[in-house]
Design a protein around this ligand. Structure first.
Ligand code: ADP
Length: 246
């Protein structure tokens, strides 16, 4: 479904640099709860290579969303280091982290987070406009075409199925042709029939553009299709190998 793009060669050569797409070193995160500190992430270290696909699974409350937010430079660890696209985002102010996110990072969320009062096209145009790009209407049409929604551009989110809304969200996540895409339960609100094409699309983007994928999911079938499977439990991360053993 995803068409070839002429930006492919540039992005591929850039993402084939030796440096990791993401590296965490002994990351800890505590939240204040009343007078006490609740340690949610307990010394997490892992590295993701450019172009890899990685799933993070774990029970509710185990720290998945907190970890994803820290990996993506949305939040900072209490201690430890996070290197995202070669930059140490754990010792940066919000403005610098936002600049890196805007340039190199894409996000997809479980609840799509589309703007309900805007059409599919306008939802994709907004971030293009914010980036100061030219020909935003044409670019947005092109991106929606790539996710198979050329005939839905004037629809409002409420007029789209969950799967179609997630496609708009994916088109929007790709306005900056990100090096790395973070997805928090991307199929969490979709039934199995609708989630399959979304999963296919994520992997097409990974293959065609070399985009690194880091997914948080409850869906073990989806998790097993990624290159690596990481499990978090009570804030401790372990890697599950191909045979299913930790
Ligand atoms: P998961 O995504 O695996 O369900 P979360 O990362 O959302 O888990 O949450 C892990 C733990 O951290 C939970 O106990 C949650 O209540 C707590 N937590 C998350 N964010 C905050 C916050 N901003 N303040 C206090 N506690 C938080």
């Amino acid at each position: 479904m995803l068409q070839e793009t002429n930006i492919e060669s540039d992005r591929m050569s850039e993402s084939k640099e030796d440096r990791p797409a993401l590296a965490l070193n002994d990351v800890r995160k505590s939240f204040r709860s009343g007078g006490d500190a609740l340690e949610v992430l307990k010394g997490i270290s892992f590295t993701v290579r450019p172009g890899e696909t990685v799933s993070i699974i774990g029970p509710s409350g185990s720290g998945k969303t907190t970890l994803l937010g820290i990996c993506a430079g949305l939040d900072q660890p209490t201690t430890g280091t996070v290197t995202l696209c070669g930059e140490d985002v754990s010792h940066m102010g919000e403005d610098q982290r936002a600049a890196i996110r805007n340039e190199r990072v894409g996000f997809v969320f479980q609840n799509f987070q589309l703007i309900p009062t805007l059409t599919a096209l306008e939802n994709v145009m907004v971030p293009l406009e914010l980036r100061g790009e030219k020909n935003v209407r044409e670019r947005a049409r092109e991106l929606l075409g790539k996710v198979g929604l050329a005939d839905r551009v004037t629809h409002y989110p409420i007029q789209l199925s969950g799967g179609e809304q997630q496609r708009v969200a994916l088109a929007r996540a790709f306005v900056n042709e990100p090096d790395i895409l973070f997805a928090d339960e991307p199929t969490g609100n979709l039934d199995s029939d609708t989630s399959e094409p979304i999963v296919d699309l994520l992997f097409e983007l990974n293959r065609n553009l070399g985009t690194t994928l880091v997914l948080v999911t409850h869906d073990l079938e989806l998790a097993k299709t990624t290159d690596r499977l990481l499990k978090i439990d009570h804030g401790v991360l372990s890697e599950i190998n191909a045979s299913g053993h930790e």
